[in-house]
Write a protein that binds this ligand. Structure first.
Ligand code: FMN
Length: 377
């Protein structure tokens, strides 16, 4: 029998699959439904001190592509497959006071499921640092099992907020440290992929005392311009701002960041996000070294909280463990990180030798027919 339980940053999880901070976790009823469906944990939609007002119209849309033309568009057409989600949604439009009694009620109803409160404030002065502490204290007092610091929202105008914190190693350290001063529960930091070297910011968070790094939030992105109307496919009065890309398109990008961090800090805790809809994708994150994975886009498209997605993740986990029974694998700890060391420098990858070498003229999809005469020059 597969043992799905896991301990991550000291928190007990019935299974390592969480809903990430996003629309699936924006309300009490969603979170209750998610737990009923079997998710091991949730990270709440990011909570701030003050209510925010979102843009007019859709806050998120989905891009699809079709096999015949590879056209990536928000237009729905038959036979098209999901490519990504795009959003310019801000943090929760409900303030801290709204969330506190709800966190308490959810934890009363599901004491054995993990609830992590995602929080966000500024970082420009001591008052803003105090705001992080106020948020963390209120959530933990209400029963949250941990807090996730949002250093990663890609569409914040303020220079001292969201991904602008995640791009600055000094701010990453200072804010994490401020929260750790008051935290009685584990502190996770969610980093932005929109940075030159995410390992630098991960190191800064750990210096500030972070218990885990979470990656990835969405990647800065624009919707495409409709060739007929010459308008962005999502816009308000013809205007758009940079938003965030999630879903299948970001899986390989997020894996690369995760691989680099897991290698740099093999003894630390990581939670993987980006493009997970089935166990196969979650497995990549686990094999790199992640102790939990989180899901957003796939859950949004499955009855808003992903009852079928969690069903597939759990079934996939059980089947995988059963298949590897002979390897002695019973639970996640037996295979977590098993492929952590497989990403190496390009120069460490084996080259063909002697006659095997075709001078780069092997028949490969996307390249012209091999030109033997050029190879022999
Ligand atoms: C509509 C929408 C809203 C989101 N809001 C938040 C948020 O409030 N806080 C946060 O940390 N991440 C937020 N995210 C990012 C997701 O939690 C997740 O990191 C990202 O979508 C990548 O995961 P996926 O590929 O499973 O979608 C949001 C994503 C979407 C699509």
């Amino acid at each position: 029998m597969a043992d799905r339980t896991t301990t991550f940053t000291g928190i007990q999880f019935e299974n390592p699959f969480l809903l990430s901070s996003a629309p699936p976790t924006e309300s009490e009823s969603n979170i209750m439904r998610a737990f009923e469906a079997g998710w091991g944990g949730v990270v709440t939609k990011t909570i701030g001190l003050h209510p925010v007002v979102n843009v007019l119209g859709a806050k998120a849309k989905f891009m699809r592509t079709s096999p015949d033309d590879a056209y990536v568009s928000m237009k729905k057409r038959p036979g098209a497959a999901l490519h990504s989600s795009w959003n310019w949604e801000l943090i929760s439009d409900k303030a801290l006071d709204w969330w506190v009694p709800r966190i308490r009620r959810i934890k009363d109803a599901f004491p054995n499921r993990a609830l992590i409160a995602s929080i966000m404030a500024g970082s420009g002065n001591d008052k803003e640092l105090r705001n992080w502490q106020t948020l963390a204290e209120a959530c933990q007092d209400a029963g949250a099992d941990g807090v996730e610091l949002n250093f990663s929202c890609p569409h914040m105008d303020r220079k001292d907020m969201g991904s602008n914190i995640g791009k600055d190693e000094g701010l990453c350290s200072v804010v994490t440290e401020a929260v750790k001063e008051v935290a009685t529960v584990p502190v996770w930091t969610k980093l932005t992929p929109a940075t030159q070297d995410i390992v630098v910011e991960a190191a800064a968070c750990f210096r500030g005392g972070a218990d885990a790094i979470v990656s990835s939030n969405t990647f800065p992105a624009l919707p495409i311009i409709d060739p007929e109307t010459l308008e962005f496919e999502i816009n308000v009065d013809g205007l758009v701002s940079s938003g965030g890309l999630g879903g299948p398109a970001i899986l390989p990008l997020s894996l690369c960041n995760m691989a680099r961090m897991c290698q740099a800090f093999p003894d630390r805790a990581f939670s993987g996000i980006g493009g997970v809809s089935d166990f196969a994708q979650a497995l990549s994150y686990f094999l790199l070294g992640c102790g939990t994975v989180q899901v957003c886009t796939a859950a949004m498209l499955d009855h808003a909280v992903g009852p079928n997605v969690i069903g597939k993740l759990l079934a996939g986990f059980d089947q995988f463990v059963e298949k590897h029974a002979a390897d002695g694998w019973k639970s996640l700890k037996d295979f977590r990180g098993a492929r952590r060391d497989r990403m190496v420098l390009q120069s460490a990858i084996r080259r063909p030798e002697g006659d095997d070498y075709q001078g780069g003229y092997e028949i490969v999809e996307g390249y012209a027919t091999p030109d033997r005469s050029a190879a022999s020059v």
